[in-house]
Each structure stands twice: as C-alpha cells, then as structure tokens.
Design a protein around this ligand. Structure first.
Ligand SMILES: [Zn+2]
Length: 324
C-alpha cells in the first residue's frame, strides 16, 4: 500500500494490475478552496467491468461509510478482475455534522445530480462524480441506509437501461427483504442521471441501531461483493436470484415534536389503523398517536427517541406483487 495521493482529475487515474490506491480527489471551489473527496480504487489482475460504489450521500447514513471502508481494506485486488471505485463518503459536510443534507449549503445531495460546475458545493461534488468518476462504469451501487435515529429493513430500488440486460437478477439475489417498484422519479436523484449516462444503478437501504454498526457495515459490504460476483469480478459464484416482494412505501410523519415510543418491530405485519407508536410531550401527554394508514410491513422505523415535526416516525412497505 502506497500513501494517499492528492489528485485533481480522477479521469487520469491509471493503476497497475493488482494495485490498490487511496486518493483525496480535489473537486470544485468552495470558499476555502477545493473540496476533497475520499476515493479508493482497486484494479484487478485482469481486465473486466468497472463498478462504482458510493456511500453517505445522506450525511446521517453512516453504515455505508463503514461498509465501504471495510470493503476497501479487506478486498485484495490481486483476487479480482476489473476495477472497483469506492467513494466512502460523498457528503463529508453532512457526515461530520450528522445531518442528511450538507450543512454547508443545506442541500440534499441526492437531489442535485448531475450537478453543476459553478453551483453549490453539493452540486460541484455531484458534477465531479458525473464528469470524472461515473464515466465508463458498468454498474453504480449507491449505499444509503439507516442511522442511529432511523433504521431500515433491507430493501433496494434499481434503474435499468433500455437496450441493456436488466439488473433485476442481480438485485433479487441480494440479501434484501423486498424491492421498491413504481417509485416516481424525483428530479436530481442519482438514479435519474445514471440513466442519462447509460449506467444501471442500485440504491440500497439497510441497517438499524438494533444491530451493531459493524454488522450493518458487513451487510453493506456484502451487497457490493455480491454485485461484483454477478459481474464476474470475484472468483466466487454469484448468489441465486429469487422472487422478492415488490413494495411501495407509505410514510408516517411526526405532526409534533417530543419523545417517540414505537410499539412495533422491523418486519412486523400491521393492520390498517393499528397504533404504530406515539409521541409524548415532556410532561407525558400523548400528543400524537401514529396509526397505520393501511395494512403493511414495518420497513423504516425511528429507533431514536427525540423527534421533530415533519420527521419520519414509521414507514410501511405495502405489497404490490413480486419482482419476477
Ligand atoms: Zn439516503
């Protein structure tokens, strides 16, 4: 392992076969100079696909950061084919502050793609990803997931490219509880701009404070490794595809602030009208009883106690069919 290099153009990266290199990639121009993005690139001993994985577009979602760092440290490039590009922390300002959005410009990074050269810091970072990191990739794996405050069961969204083989067989082999279908595209999401680049993309949500952070990280790392196996980048055979439930999401929000007490568990089936939890004010009055808007499965849940108005307290996954 050589020392960390500071570079200004990831497009110039050229590694020897079997090499692993860590970088600080200087991008954009904030008030105090360029931003630095952490990047680790592994080149296998044989030519093959390029997979890009990034974590922490949302700064409070740290399990993917740890998973990406573990992956970078534990994977031996001499035992792989192709190139793996790992961006463990796309939103450093959000990560250091523990906030979903960048506190630097108050933007949600997953709403600013493909970014702008002269935009906000979040837009500049997104622009650099699109100009320098994503080109040539065969697959982008975008790690999201739970935080200590809000946990997830494991699920994913994916984006196919017209004229290319569907990546659903890859997605449906991952250790997921379900997949999301018919989700409306939201402007500025990485998935939309990946489609514009012609690169299939998977967004994965997983991890909660019910488990140790290291176990959530191992789960995240496993998702990327399984994708690599499908692309023939690792010697192990890929996991078998199976039929995963296809779901849509029904989110329940806090209407008031206070102390939240959940009454359900991850993966629990709930009926319409069932009390999912309640929010108390700080003298013990029940300020809001959160009831299931329809029957479903508990997919995202607040594991923290403090809640502010407008924050998610519970999201139910509603079955709509099967993935295949
Ligand atoms: Zn996220």
């Amino acid at each position: 392992m050589t020392s960390t290099l500071i570079i200004k153009d990831a497009g110039q990266i050229s590694l020897d076969p079997g090499q692993k290199q860590r970088y600080w990639l200087e991008v954009g121009h904030s008030w105090f100079g360029p931003e630095r993005l952490p990047l680790i690139v592994l080149r296998g001993i044989e030519a093959g696909p390029k997979l890009v994985t990034l974590a922490c577009q949302h700064g409070d979602e740290g399990y993917g950061v740890l998973g990406a760092l573990d992956l970078a440290n534990e994977l031996d490039p001499a035992a792989m084919k192709g190139e793996l590009w790992i961006l463990p922390c796309a939103n450093i300002h959000g990560f250091t502050a523990g906030k979903r959005a960048s506190p630097y410009d108050c933007q949600d990074m997953n709403r600013v793609h493909p970014g702008k050269a002269d935009g906000t810091v979040s837009e500049q970072i997104a622009y650099a990803l699109h100009q320098q990191v994503f080109p040539g990739a065969d697959l982008i794996v975008d790690l999201h997931g739970g935080s200590p405050e809000n946990g997830d069961t494991a699920f994913a969204m994916w984006a196919d490219i017209a004229g290319k083989p569907s990546i659903l067989p890859i997605v449906s082999s991952l250790k997921l509880d379900f997949v999301i279908g018919s989700r409306k595209s939201i402007a500025g999401m990485l998935s939309n701009s990946a489609i514009d680049l012609g690169i299939p993309q998977i967004s994965i949500e997983a991890g909660s404070a019910i488990n140790y952070g290291r176990d959530n990280a191992a789960l995240m790392q496993g998702f990327v490794r399984d994708c690599m196996k499908h692309l023939n980048m690792l010697p192990e055979p890929p996991p078998q595809s199976r039929s995963l439930p296809l779901m849509r999401m029904a989110t329940h929000y806090a209407e008031t602030g206070g102390a939240f007490k959940t009454l359900v568990a991850f993966g629990e089936e709930v009926r319409q009208g069932q009390t999912l939890g309640y929010i108390m004010d700080l003298v013990g009055n029940i300020a809001q009883e959160v009831r299931a808007s329809e029957a479903g499965i508990v997919a995202v849940m607040r594991t923290g106690i403090r809640v502010h108005p407008g924050e998610t307290v519970t999201t139910l996954a509603i079955p709509t069919g099967a993935s295949s």
